[in-house]
Design a protein around this ligand. Structure first.
Ligand code: GAR
Length: 208
């Protein structure tokens, strides 16, 4: 059974989707074992508490440097013997040291069809604002492995939804979350925990 840490910065609806999937028995190879919050007081921490998942807060601003923060994060994850790290709306930049220590063991959910509307500065509502400004007719979300390139790691799962007349960034964000993110994130985590994801030349294949 792999131990999963979920890193969060906000409301934690993706964390909730993982909790619900686990309760339905849909992540048989893994156990949600730790929640790491980027700041105190966020609702994701309430969700962790209600689900009985241990949690901790690590604020980057409490550390003198990126390296100090990375070391603290690595220590926290190692102490909990974490096998898979899931970034679920986590807005703190994690450094290369963490990425190297957990190479091909960090998954991120991004609210667009990568390579559109991704990279530095594209997070949360901004992604949906950009999609609407460009006038795309479909958008969606992507689960990918995290490497040293922002939103540039190997893609695991994607799913599209239509943009509808009259959409606002808020309505589009909600549709992408409900119809895509809450489905593909637990699915990708389950596939990882079953050992069904293989990466070769930056391409993920899903084994039967
Ligand atoms: C989600 O839409 C997630 O895809 C996005 O933040 C939101 C977090 O919501 N992540 C990014 O934009 C990362 N670049 P949640 O806290 O309710 O899960």
């Amino acid at each position: 059974m792999l131990k999963i840490a979920v890193l969060v910065s906000g409301g934690g609806t993706n964390l909730q989707a993982l909790i619900d999937a686990q309760e339905r028995g849909e992540i048989p190879g893994g156990k949600l074992s730790l929640v790491v919050a980027g700041k105190p007081g966020i609702f994701a921490l309430e969700r962790a508490k209600k689900a009985g998942i241990p949690s901790t807060v690590l604020r980057k601003k409490d550390f003198a440097s990126q390296e100090d923060y990375d070391n603290a994060l690595i220590q926290t994850l190692e102490e909990a013997e974490i096998d898979l790290v899931v970034l679920a709306g986590f807005l703190t930049i994690i450094g290369e040291k963490v990425i190297r220590r957990f190479e091909n063991k960090i998954l991120n959910i991004h609210p667009s069809l990568i390579p559109s509307f991704c990279g530095e500065g594209y997070y949360g509502l901004r992604v949906h604002e950009a999609a609407l400004s460009r006038g795309v007719k479909v958008t969606g979300a992507t689960v990918h492995f995290v490497n040293e390139i922002c939103d540039g790691g190997p893609i695991v799962l994607q799913k599209a939804v239509s943009v509808e007349n009259g959409d606002t960034p808020e309505t589009l964000q909600r549709r992408v979350m409900e119809q895509v993110e809450w489905e593909i994130l637990p699915k990708a985590v389950a596939l990882f925990c079953e050992g069904r994801l293989a990466i070769e030349n930056n391409i993920v294949s899903i084994k039967d």
